[in-house]
Design a protein. Structure first.
Lengths: 183, 558
């Protein structure tokens, strides 16, 4: 290995988040990389802005939906204090939802930012694709089934309680009991 | 194939019979055809009928006269739009979530959808697993807000009790009142139906009943049915009408289009304009599309909604986004690798399950709540089968009329038979080699044709052209003219039969609301089935008549 390759690889490895599974980058510049980004106003003044509370570490939560006037009573641009994956912008207002919600976030889909106005990239849509491949998986295995015939049950092992699992896509009639998440 | 026209037959009893007799003869022929079309030995009748139906949609599903679907960007805006919003892994990543979709994501996402001001929202996700109380309460709070704004919410369930975990969280609104899940969500069934012969989901259930003996209307309405009826002026009457079918597994047929919605071209990497010509089937090419990368319902990827970087082309004010979603029925579904939520469409391709409900809803909308339903689920069933008999009766009458014309024209020979001259020319060639050799050669040739289907059309065409050349070279001109007349008559009768089939299929589709699955059966009998059955039936009729005459004669003589 050459003299320069080893330190280069080491440097790559210690870059925070270098191995994280980041979403594909868009056709435009990432709003989170722009300095002094500001929210200039809503894209559609007649529609409410859905606000989120929380943070990336603990998760986001739906907080409330307010008009722009509540977020910026004087109709001034709001500085973006934090940003998440180019999608969520944290605003300098933590009282718009009327209770102790902590810092509030708004989806960049609903507001115009100064970063967006500076962006000179071509506005191309990212190509999408439906994933319709049929894959053999283990998520639907019924591990807690009861043998139909007693003589077949060599030893009785009580099924482990299923771990709490959030919603899954509806796939017609669901199995009788939810299978523990395999992944 | 010409029915064995012989000079001697011209003066037979059938030719002398009048109109009532001809009508009875054609009725007998039609009845035999009807029996064989519905002869379901080992379930063979159903697949051909279903495949005929699939071919119609594959070939003409883009045509407004068959399926006037609601294409965004198209000229038709008479019906509300249906929009699929697809949640996938990249969309979840934009909120730091992973599959399976957390309840808190649903709450956030409903709040985002609220901005679009849709007509109704359906979540094609089963919320049957435990979730933190805070997340459930957020979901119910957002849902209650949408309800107050007049946006109905529908939630996929496998049974009504699936909403119990949401109620167990005992969430309260700002006034302290408990928010019941039933106040927020309308539970809908997302049960699928597949045809047992090929597992294609071309039928959409009206409702999910507790068991096969349950009364009509007692079950949980399917998602599309409930959403459609709730948008009607009299929802209860609409539901009662659609769920009144006695059979527990009743459903309506899904008209389907092979062409993608024009809106999807903005994200699809392939063309949304799919054309499947009937000519491909004739040339032994695949008659159905191989896949549906551009689905027939407008699809908005959740990532594009959550991040303008994914789709920055909605306009500075999201004009294009509001244009497609404002007042639309929004169905939120998932597309996750390995989730198994895929449906085999009537075009035999795979799509995420939410499209099953979206297309069903479009069917209900464009057919004004009167979708196409099979004969077996219709009442009175006998009347709909009698319609089949009527069509076959007309086709049989055309066939017999052609036969009589040939008899009146006193053609010396069936136009499909070889002339004596041609036989005389071919016979010495055949006589050069022994019969076993010919049998082996024929068997070998047929084996090749069976193994290599691309050769079939080629071989048939080469045989026909070869025989025509031989006939033209050796047959007398007068005989050739006579045979051409016979062939033209056959083609004219076939064209007339085809016109009757098209008309019958259209009347059945448009006014009787029958799926277009019978045309291939009709056509097969018009083209050659009647020929096969005709001789046997004539013989049968002749014998019966002879017996009748003999009995009458015997009675008179006594």
């Amino acid at each position: 290995m050459s003299r320069w390759l080893q330190p280069a690889l080491l440097a790559l490895a210690i870059v925070p988040g270098a191995w994280a599974d980041e979403p594909a980058q868009g056709a435009t510049a990432d709003a989170c990389l722009v300095l002094n980004n500001r929210i200039l106003g809503p894209r559609a003044p007649d529609r409410l802005l859905p606000l989120l509370s929380g943070d990336p570490a603990k998760g986001f939560h739906a907080a409330c939906a307010v008009p722009w006037s509540k977020l910026s009573p004087a109709n001034h641009p709001l500085p973006v204090t934090d940003c998440y994956r180019g999608s969520l912008l944290q605003v300098a207002n933590d009282a718009a939802c009327g209770r102790q919600t902590g810092p509030l976030w708004v989806d960049s889909r609903w507001v115009v930012t100064s970063a967006e106005l500076q962006d000179t990239h071509a506005h191309a849509v990212i190509c999408q694709q439906l994933d319709t491949g049929a894959w053999a998986g283990t998520r639907d295995l019924q591990l807690d089934c009861v043998p139909a015939k007693k003589e077949l049950s060599l030893e009785s092992v009580p099924p482990a309680p299923a771990a709490p699992r959030p919603a899954e896509p509806a796939a017609g009639p669901a199995p009788a009991a939810p299978a523990p998440a395999a992944k | 194939m010409g029915g064995g026209v012989r000079p001697g037959a011209a003066g037979g009893p059938a030719a002398r019979a009048g109109l009532p007799r001809a009508a009875l003869q054609s009725l007998l022929l039609a009845s035999v055809a009807l029996f064989f079309l519905n002869f379901n030995l080992l379930g063979t009748a159903s697949p051909s009928r279903r495949f005929s139906q699939d071919l119609v949609y594959a070939w003409f599903g883009n045509e407004a006269w068959l399926y006037p679907r609601i294409a965004i960007g198209g000229p038709r805006r008479a019906h509300p739009r249906v929009l699929v919003v697809m949640v996938d892994e990249p969309a979840l990543a934009l909120r730091g979530a992973r599959w399976p979709v957390p309840v808190e994501f649903h709450a956030q996402f409903l709040a985002e959808l609220e901005v679009l001001r849709p007509r109704a929202i359906m979540l094609d996700f089963l919320l049957i697993d435990p979730a933190p109380q805070q997340d459930i309460c957020e979901l119910l709070t957002v849902g209650a807000r949408l309800r107050q704004e007049g946006i109905p919410l529908y939630l996929a369930v496998t049974r009504p009790q699936d909403l119990a975990p949401l109620d167990a969280a005992t969430c309260h609104d700002s006034s302290g009142a408990v928010i019941r899940s039933a106040q927020v969500f309308t539970p809908v069934s997302v049960q699928r139906q597949t045809d047992g012969s090929d597992f294609v989901s071309r039928r959409y259930p009206f409702e999910q009943r507790a068991d096969a003996d349950a009364a009509p209307g007692s079950g949980l309405a399917s998602a599309a049915v409930r959403m459609y009826c709730d948008s009607e002026r009299a929802p209860d009457a609409c539901l009662a009408r659609l769920t009144s079918v006695a059979a527990a597994d009743a459903g309506f047929e899904l008209a389907w289009s092979p062409e993608g919605d024009p809106f999807n071209q903005r994200w699809s990497q392939v063309s949304c304009i799919e054309t499947t010509s009937p000519l491909r089937a004739i040339l032994n090419q695949p008659a159905l599309p191989r896949e549906s990368p551009c689905p027939p319902v407008a699809t908005l990827f959740a990532g594009a909604l959550l991040s303008p970087e994914v789709d920055p082309a909605f306009g500075a004010g999201n004009e294009a986004l509001f244009n497609i979603a404002d007042g639309a029925f929004i169905l939120v579904g998932g597309n996750f690798r390995g989730s198994g939520d895929l449906v085999t469409t009537p075009l035999h391709t795979l799509l995420p399950g939410v499209y099953y409900h979206a297309v069903a809803l479009e069917n209900l909308l464009v057919f004004d709540g009167r979708p196409k339903v099979r004969k077996e689920f219709r009442t009175p069933k006998l009347a709909f089968v009698a319609y089949d008999l009527l069509v076959l009766w007309v086709l049989a009458a055309i066939f017999l009329w052609r036969q009589r014309w040939l008899q009146r024209a006193e053609l010396q020979r069936n136009p499909f038979e070889l002339s004596d001259a041609a036989r005389g020319w071919i016979a010495p060639l055949i006589a050069r080699y022994p019969t076993p050799l010919w049998i082996l050669a024929t068997a070998g040739l047929l084996l090749m044709l069976a193994a290599f289907r691309s050769l079939q059309l080629l071989a048939v065409a080469a045989t026909i052209v070869g025989l025509i050349i031989v006939e033209l070279r050796v047959a007398p001109a007068a005989e050739i003219r006579e045979r051409v007349r016979g062939l033209l008559m056959y083609l004219a009768a076939l064209a007339l039969s085809l016109a009757v089939i098209v008309l019958a299929t259209w009347v059945g589709y448009r006014w009787l609301r029958l799926p277009p699955g019978d045309w291939l059966g009709y056509f097969s009998f018009a083209a050659f089935g009647f020929f096969v059955a005709h001789n046997a039936i004539l013989e049968f009729g002749r014998r019966v008549e002879e017996l009748n005459l003999a009995r009458s004669g015997g009675g008179e003589s006594q």
